[in-house]
Structure formats: C-alpha cells, structure tokens
Ligand binder design. Structure first.
Ligand code: UD1
Length: 350
C-alpha cells in the first residue's frame, strides 16, 4: 500500500538509493535535505542532481524541500503541507575524523536536529519512524558476529558514533514514555556500491575517509594509491575485515521496515542489523575492485588507523526472520556497480 514517506537526508548517498526503492514500491516521497553533503540544485533546477536522477531511474516524481533540521519552523511548515505516514530519518553528519575535530557541530546537527524532528512529529501526531543507525553503536565488538543483543554505547570512540548511540537512546525512551510511537533502528554495517544504472552513487567531499570510495578514486586516476591501514591484525591476511553491504540491499531494508512498522502487532522500538554476515578484508576488496575495473589498483601498507578494529561482522538473522530481508548482492556486484558510477561520473555529481 502506498504511504506518504518523509525522508530526511534523502539527497545523500543512502538517501537517494532509498528514495528510488520507495518510489518503485509506490510510495509518495517528500525529501528534506540541507545539501551540506549532497550537490545542490544547479541554476534553474528545483531538485539537487541526485534527486533529478532518482526521478529518471524510478520514472516517478518526488517532493523536495531544502532545509536544515535545526530550522524547526521550516520543519513544521513541511509537516503542515503533507499528510505524512512515516518518517525515514537519515540526515546526519557522518565523517568520523571530522567529528573528532568538530564535536559541537556533530552533537548540534545530529542530536538537536533529531530532537527537533521528534518534537515536531509528536506535535503533529506522526509517530512512526525509521532511523539510520550504525554498527558503530557496538563499539569494539565483544563477540562476533554482532547481533542486536550486543551491548551498545560501550567503547564508542568518536562523537559521530556517540550521536548515533544517543539518538537511539532518545528514541527508546520516547517509545517507552508514549506507547503510540513505533520506531525501527536500522544498524548499517559498511554501505558500498551504487545503483546499477550508474546514475547515482557516493560522491564524497574531499579526500574519502572510507575504503571503497578511496579505491574507486584510485581506479579513476584521481589518487595515486590506496593506503592500507595495517596488515598486522589478527585476520586471515592481516588487514581489517568488515561486513560490506550493497547500498541497494540497504535501501530495500528501509522499504521493508515500512511494512514492518505498519503491522498491527508492532510496538515500541526495535533494532535490526543490515549487513551480509560475511567479512571481507581490505586486500580482498582491492583485488575484487581490480577485477571489476580491469586495472591494477596500487596500494601501500601503512600504519594502523587510530580507532580501527580487526573485524566487524553482523549477524543478520533477526532482519531475515522478522523483516523477511536478506542482502542478495555480493562482492563482485558491489565493485562493478561502484565502478560503473565512478567511470560514468569521474567527478561525482559536479
Ligand atoms: C567507518 C566508521 C563507521 C561508519 C562507517 C560508514 C571508523 C572508525 N568507523 O567504518 O563509524 O559507520 O565508516 O561506512 O571510521 N581502510 C584502509 N584504507 C583507507 C580506508 C579504510 O585500509 O583508505 C580500511 C580500514 O582500516 C578498515 C576498512 O578499510 O579496516 C574499512 O574502513 P572504512 O571504509 O573507513 O569503514 P569503517 O572504519 O569500518
């Protein structure tokens, strides 16, 4: 059944892919985004380029409002324009290193922004929410694969991670205080890949922090080599192992969470891991990407990055059981699709 879905941060990487899946499923989509991390609409256009392309892929139109969640009144105005059924809240600052340098900006944007959103939703009586959380809430995993019962908030090493943890807590407390709230926390592992059309993808500002966008920029010739952060971890090849998930699988996870939240027996706040359950090392990723792009990717082994851990892998059994969701796109497709996006758009959206 088609719902009216408000997506905060819908012009970003995960957002644009999620909006495609929502439109394809027949939902009406209202995107709000301040475009600090997404290319802005160019002269004469209403929509940011990512959303123009989303409409092209889906063959459907969407609504867009450029605003910051820190602007409470602007948010009130948007809610008064549409009869929103459910909110998918993705808008956040997300660069781990930057969050260490600018903690106040991260706490203000991610936590105050979320509080404004929750307050306005409470006022207008929209009490269904899907929240973009992260495996970062598990800190240094105490056991693997990490399932949803794993302790959270212990050993979270940076302000970005803290904001995700605090937002989760706020949402849990809210749904305890007011039984009308229904909240799904989606804990992403490492999103990579792009839509198969090559029209949308990740377009990081400046030097990429994350592995796959970095490899991809080396492949296109924007950077000379990948720095591999340590090969002395206790993993099969010594490099860090992560649970990479194709962004389209992740996007579909949001769409199925909508069905879940509308089930009559759904109550309170529920967390689900979205990953594949499979660990891939840095060197395996570099090899797979080399195969996908048909070029040798040069790399250098350098020292460990502060705050990194050897292995993070998800247990996704709960999402499979309760959301009937499972990631289906493998390593090869993650690399092929990333490469298609990168080679069709060497400079991203600009
Ligand atoms: C990081 C964040 C996490 C966030 C996630 C989003 C940290 C500590 N964690 O996860 O909070 O939710 O991104 O996707 O930053 N690597 C290299 N060379 C590089 C970049 C990365 O060797 O240039 C290695 C890392 O050491 C790690 C792996 O690649 O082993 C993945 O790194 P990255 O893509 O940054 O993701 P995470 O660190 O897992």
């Amino acid at each position: 059944m088609g719902r009216v879905v408000l997506v905060t941060g819908g012009a970003g990487y995960v957002g644009s892919h999620t909006v495609v899946e929502l439109l394809k499923a027949g939902h009406t989509v209202v995107v709000v985004d301040n475009c600090v991390n997404a290319a802005k609409a160019t002269e004469g256009n209403v929509l940011p380029p990512a959303l123009e392309r989303v409409q092209k892929i889906a063959g459907k139109t969407l609504h867009f409002h450029e605003l910051s969640l820190l602007n409470r009144q602007a948010l009130v105005n948007v809610f008064s324009k549409y009869k929103v059924d459910v909110v998918i809240h993705l808008a956040a600052l997300k660069a781990v290193g930057e969050s260490v340098e600018k903690p106040l900006a991260y706490y203000a944007n991610n936590i105050t922004g979320t509080l404004n959103l929750l307050e306005v939703m409470s006022e207008v009586g929209v009490k269904r929410l899907i929240f973009s959380s992260s495996a970062t809430v598990y800190g240094v995993p105490q056991y693997l694969p990490a399932d949803e019962k794993h302790p959270t908030g212990v050993g979270v090493t940076n302000p970005y991670g803290q904001t995700k943890y605090v937002c989760e807590q706020i949402m849990k407390d809210l749904s305890i205080a007011d039984k009308e709230w229904r909240i799904v926390l989606l804990r992403y592992f490492n999103p990579v890949g792009s839509h198969e059309s090559g029209l949308i993808g990740e377009d990081p500002n400046g030097i990429p922090n994350n592995l796959v966008p970095y490899i991809s920029q080396v492949a296109i010739g924007r950077r000379p080599h990948v720095n591999v952060f340590g090969n002395d971890y206790n993993t099969p090849d010594g490099t860090g192992v992560r649970d990479y998930i194709h962004v389209v699988d992740l996007a579909i996870g949001h769409e199925v969470a909508i069905d879940k939240i509308f089930q009559s027996d759904f109550a309170g706040t529920k967390a689900y891991n979205l990953g594949t359950g499979k660990g891939i090392s840095v060197l395996e990723m570099i090899t797979a990407f080399s195969e996908a792009c048909g070029k040798e990717i040069s790399y250098k082994i350098v020292g460990r990055r502060e705050g990194d851990v050897a292995t993070v892998v998800a247990s996704c059994a709960l999402a499979e059981k309760e959301l009937n969701w499972k990631a289906t796109r493998g390593l090869h497709q993650m690399c092929e699709d990333t490469w298609r996006w990168q080679s069709m758009n060497p400079n991203g959206f600009s």
